[in-house]
Design a protein around this ligand. Structure first.
Ligand code: GAP
Length: 514
């Protein structure tokens, strides 16, 4: 079986070869942790965004959307805590002159214990064959237990240091565990320092006294500072939500795993404003609602898990991540946070404006509590891409690469293919394509053999191919080929819109959510 890292590398190469994701500025040797979406990538990304947006704003009477600016008044980031506390702990190696995130170096060390455990399990599985009881082995094997004990010990020390913001202790852990720089191989480390993740730029000309502004590190603050505008102009009553999709920027030091951790990325965030005291009920509601949204895509229920936070940020009273099984392990795709009234109270304090909500039912004013759902578009894109990729052996030396995208979010919904490039078939195929393109992203392709064209469409995840042959000219029927089963059936051209519509419309997905 191919190793998971190799599978991931193959997926990354596939994403480039088929126009999903390109390295930014590639002809200038690229810009690290910044990516561009190609012709198929942008369609998939837009469909994911549409699925989220419509699930939020169309299926909920009390959720509306906004689109706030990326630049915001710099005091907003002081109020939110990002200026003082949005930091990563960094350490430099004096020999290689490379900079690392101290927490990532330690997390990698923790992961080594799990690798050792997995090696023991794999060895034993080979030795015992069919009779191997993995669960029992993990619970009783002394070497596995010793690795697990050491892992937990390191994990606890690390968590305590992170929670206490104890930079000296982070360095001490690196020294005690003899963590070496992967480049120089030495342990010649500097002290650990905090590094703010926000990008800064200047607004206005320097002669006028330019103002230092930040590229927003999250879209959420644009919602907080507009909550009362939306509430008043939309006559919203608590509980209500505001949704937003937009770019966010973080100067990530350890950028890796392709589009998983980027410096410019996109978020889909929703802040749900509730009465104080009702936040935990709504937190549970959104925790479940968001998982249902993920699972409705049909990528496999077993690929998701919750990670409930035990240690909470000072402003939160509950937090969960929805994690997805990527080729490099279970990773956070979405966070659901009960943020209390922290952000709004801070904005009230820093702006000096009263931003309380008057509750007509209670006849009192208060600063609402907030439940936030925050998902990265790019991480969602990556989870869809990775779980839908399959290199399929078709037997008899034949194979194909297929992306089993859920049809409603597939970049291209159908391809119209004339069997040959003559006898009036291209004209008929064009006629069908022109009819379908009002409702579906639809490609026309007449180059190469029909087999090769099917493979090209499989490789970008097109759910349906429509083949026009000589019989089409006689009885107005075509061959409809389904991507996953590769089954072909004869259907009338007049039926195409109905058949495709029932399978590829976003509505079919949205209806599963109610
Ligand atoms: N407003 C809350 C917030 O921003 P977060 O956990 O820092 O919370 C939310 O980010 C989501 O944004 C994450 O679950 C992830 O999907 C995405 N995200 C965060 N940093 C990212 C990065 N550097 N690259 C890609 N996606 C990122």
């Amino acid at each position: 079986m191919a190793k998971q890292e190799d599978v991931f590398k193959t997926i990354v190469a596939h994403a480039k070869e088929y126009g999903f994701v390109f390295q930014s500025s590639e002809i200038y040797d690229g810009l690290s942790a910044v990516y561009d979406y190609g012709q198929n990538g942008v369609e998939l990304k837009n469909n994911i965004k549409r699925y989220w947006w419509e699930a939020m704003t169309m299926l909920n009477d009390n959720i509306v959307g906004i689109d706030s600016a990326i630049f915001m008044h710099p005091t907003i980031w002081k109020a939110s805590g990002h200026v003082d506390a949005f930091n990563d702990p960094l350490i430099d190696n004096k020999d290689s002159k490379k900079r690392y995130r101290a927490d990532v170096l330690i997390e990698d060390e923790i992961a080594k214990f799990d690798e050792k455990i997995n090696k023991e399990v794999a060895k034993a599985a080979k030795r015992f064959g069919e009779s191997f009881d993995e669960a029992m082995f993990r619970q009783t094997n002394p070497r596995v237990l010793e690795h697990a004990r050491k892992r937990d010990e390191l994990h606890e020390r690390f968590s305590n240091a992170m929670n206490a913001n104890d930079l000296a202790e982070l360095k001490q852990i690196i020294l005690d565990y003899e963590i070496v720089d992967p480049i120089s191989g030495t342990r010649n480390w500097t002290d650990v320092r905090q590094f703010n993740l926000m990008f800064k730029t200047e607004m206005g000309s320097t002669a006028d006294g330019a103002m230092e502004v930040y590229l927003r590190p999250e879209t959420a603050q644009g919602i907080f500072v507009n909550y009362l505008n939306v509430q008043k102009t939309g006559r919203m009553r608590i509980p209500f939500g505001i949704a937003q999709i937009g770019k966010a920027f973080r100067n990530e030091i350890v950028a890796r795993q392709f589009i998983f951790r980027m410096r410019e990325f996109e978020q889909m965030e929703m802040q749900f404003f509730v009465r104080p005291g009702e936040e935990l009920k709504w937190f549970e509601h959104w925790r479940q609602t968001r998982l249902r949204w993920h699972k409705a895509l049909g990528l496999g229920d077993e690929k998701y898990r919750y990670h409930d936070h035990e240690k909470l940020a000072h402003y939160a009273n509950a937090a969960t991540d929805i994690e997805f099984m990527m080729p490099f392990g279970f990773k956070e795709v979405e966070g659901i946070h009960s943020r209390t009234n922290f952000d709004l109270s801070q904005h009230e304090k820093f702006s000096g404006k009263n931003i309380k909500y008057f509750d007509p039912e209670l006849n009192e004013s208060y600063v609402p509590y907030v439940i936030e759902t925050s998902i990265g578009v790019d991480r969602m894109f990556l989870s869809v891409l990775c779980s839908c990729y399959e290199a399929q052996d078709l037997g008899n030396g034949d194979s194909r690469v297929v992306l089993h995208f859920p049809a409603p979010i597939a970049p291209v919904k159908c391809a119209v293919l004339p069997l040959v490039k003559k006898d009036g078939l291209p004209e008929k195929a064009r006629e069908i394509q022109h009819k379908l393109r009002f409702d579906f992203t639809c490609q026309y392709d007449e180059k190469d053999s029909i087999g090769k064209r099917y493979r090209r469409q499989d490789a970008i995840g097109t759910p349906f191919c429509i083949t026009v042959d000589h019989q089409t000219l006689e009885d107005n029927t075509v061959t409809l080929r389904e991507r996953d089963s590769m089954e072909q059936r004869r259907v009338s051209v007049d039926e195409l819109e109905t058949i495709l519509g029932s399978q590829v419309s976003l509505n079919s997905l949205l209806k599963k959510l109610l």
